[in-house]
Design a protein around this ligand. Sequence first.
Ligand SMILES: [Zn+2]
Ligand SMILES: [Zn+2]
Ligand SMILES: [Zn+2]
Length: 135
Amino acid sequence: MSLINQQRIRIASTAVGSRDPWAGFCPCCQWGGTFLSWLDAMTWAALHARQDHCRFCIDTQMPAGREDVLGELYERCPVCTIPCADCDGLAVYPANYNTPTELVDDLAVLRLTPIFCDGCHGVAAVIPLDPEVLA
Ligand SMILES: [Zn+2]
Ligand SMILES: [Zn+2]
Ligand SMILES: [Zn+2]
């Protein structure tokens, strides 16, 4: 994970003749600086990734395994985000769906429907569409 984070930090040479010929910039933090040498820039990048980036997730999304109905799941990273007040961070995000509507349509085929969390819009539960039939 730390490798991924380090790769996101860009290191580039600045204008020729500059006093600090190397520039490092982290797009996700909108932060960077200029350095005397490439090694200085790399050291800054490694330090920044270690100190300021979460080791457990990518953009606060953390893989949360897979589920038969929902497929690949992500959850909000519990390490670097504050848990959702409504679901206490229990809601998951199916990776295969771009919109909640797609998920609702797919689950409807299986006579299931997702319950979305009001706070974080993740999927808090999946329930049968017609529980009286199964009961
Ligand atoms: Zn950063
Ligand atoms: Zn995190
Ligand atoms: Zn929530």
